[in-house]
Design a protein around this ligand. Structure first.
Ligand SMILES: [Fe+2]
Length: 499
């Protein structure tokens, strides 16, 4: 139902239009002149105005102009006049009339003009809404893309920070994988690294929505698809693995999986691994945008993993070099052969028990291997002497911790290395050497090495005595806890050793 205003100074015309248009299903108001019409237009909302041209005070053309200028919403106007000519029709249309009807009007012509004007208005309104809707949709889309870009940048920033802060492969891959899973909203995410010792891909880390952060064995799930992607050297995006027969994915696996995204990654044509993202059957399908972003993440992973692998290799070489150096020291005294390795083993037991980080463990491993490196500068005859040492000889021996500290000083990445080695013979009660430090003033690493060192010394054979035996050595540690040794470190060693 449309609301129509009929404006005519002739009462008979007003009434007959009212009757006819009401019968057509419209709601009608009438006005006998322009002013009355403008008043009604201010009070009500009309879909159409039918106006006579010749009226006292204000003619229909002026009224139409007022309507066009003053109304917030455009209202179609049909001009009705008994004095119409072609010229006045042209003027009316020029001024914006929807139609022009001559009196006496034919019912059919009137019906057609009213319906057409209302229809046009409806279409205009719909088009406007459509345009507005289109704009809204476009804005929504742009907003979604913006959100996505901000999210992706935040993830890349986070990954960049992680990569710069650590060289631990496990930490890097787990963060990259979890970020990838979140960003493409996957049910399952796995990262496979190429194992060059035993050629093939090995599952390194696996996340799923059910078992977050679980590292699993490679159960060869999805292996065919991964092999395919690696073989092609290209990312693989499947909307539905069950409809991709050529991959021959195992039935029991395929039945659970829906969409699949596999991104192989390599550096300088060397395959490093592949990232797999999957959703369960009937779940979300991955998009090209998901694939593009996953490729970016995989490239980041490739750089980080390669760096970490190179660093690990470098560390292994460094460890080998240290061991060679230690062998040179231990060769001076057959009784201390293997001492540094054993001290390192006990040190690692304590450090693991204390929950030190991977980086700290590695550092402490090197430092415990190197703790007696200062003995390299001490004459063999003093080191091998089985009889009681003179005071002078004893002070030469004691100087090995100071000598060792100066040897490791240039090794920049062994932070705290110099202090650790200098103070590994300090006593918890302050009666050790070289500086008589006490309690927590002694570096933690030195306190740990001190316990490991003493335990090995007691359980090894010396030229002047037999081994004390494990139990006596453990008792001795307990006995000297709080005087020679840090009680906390002794406690940790006891727990780790099971003593
Ligand atoms: Fe020592």
């Amino acid at each position: 139902m449309s609301k129509i205003l009929v404006v005519d100074d002739e009462r008979g015309i007003r009434e007959s239009l009212d009757i006819f248009l009401s019968d057509e299903g419209h709601a009608i108001d009438t006005a006998s002149n322009g002013r009355e019409a403008l008043l009604l237009l201010k009070q009500h909302q009309y879909d159409l105005v039918l106006t006579d041209v010749r009226m006292p005070d204000m003619n229909g053309i002026v009224l139409m102009k007022e309507i066009k200028e003053k109304m917030h919403q455009p209202i179609p106007v049909i001009i009705i006049t008994a004095y119409g000519t072609i010229q006045s029709a042209v003027v009316a249309v020029k001024e914006g009339a929807s139609d022009f009807i001559l009196k006496p009007f034919e019912i059919e012509r009137l019906r057609e003009a009213v319906n057409k004007a209302l229809e046009n208005e409806r279409e205009k309104l719909e088009y406007k809404l459509f345009q507005q809707e289109g704009k809204n949709r476009y804005l929504n889309l742009m907003n979604q893309q913006l959100d996505r870009t901000v999210f992706e940048l935040a993830i890349l920033h986070e990954i960049g920070k992680t990569i710069n802060s650590t060289l631990e492969i496990n930490k890097i891959v787990s963060i990259i994988l979890e970020m990838a899973r979140q960003s493409v909203v996957a049910d399952k995410a796995q990262l496979f690294l190429y194992n060059y010792d035993k050629p093939g891909l090995a599952l390194t880390i696996s996340y799923s929505t059910e078992e977050a952060g679980q590292t699993q064995k490679n159960d060869s799930l999805d292996q065919d698809a991964i092999d395919w992607a690696i073989w092609k050297g290209e990312p693989l995006l499947l909307e539905d693995v069950n409809q991709h027969g050529s991959l021959k994915i195992k039935t029991e696996v395929a039945s659970d999986l829906g969409a699949l995204l596999i991104i192989p990654f390599k550096r300088k044509s060397r395959i490093l691994g592949a990232m797999l993202l999957a959703n369960r059957a009937g779940g979300r399908i991955f998009t090209q945008e998901d694939m593009q972003f996953s490729i970016t993440l995989a490239n980041q992973a490739a750089i980080a993993i390669e760096n970490a692998q190179l660093y690990a290799e470098l560390q292994d070489h460094f460890a080998d070099t240290i061991r060679a150096l230690i062998s040179a020291v231990e060769a001076k005294d057959a009784y201390t052969y293997g001492h540094s390795d054993r001290v390192t083993r006990y040190t690692m037991m304590i450090a693991n028990q204390m929950g030190l980080s991977q980086v700290e463990l590695r550092r402490l491993e090197y430092l415990s291997l190197l703790h007696d490196i200062g003995k390299i500068g001490i004459e063999e005859k003093i080191l091998r002497k089985s009889s009681t040492l003179s005071e002078e000889e004893w002070s030469v021996i004691k100087n090995h911790s100071v000598l060792g500290a100066s040897i490791v000083e240039p090794i920049k990445f062994l932070e705290e290395g110099q202090k650790t080695i200098r103070h590994h013979h300090e006593w918890y009660d302050g009666s050790g050497y070289p500086d008589g430090l006490r309690e927590n003033n002694i570096p933690l690493y030195s306190r740990i090495i001190a316990v490991a060192d003493a335990f090995d010394a007691m359980t090894s054979i010396r030229p002047y005595r037999d081994s004390l035996g494990t139990q006596s050595a453990l008792n001795e540690l307990r006995c000297c806890s709080g005087t020679q040794f840090d009680p906390m470190v002794v406690e940790q060693f006891m727990t780790a050793y099971g003593g």
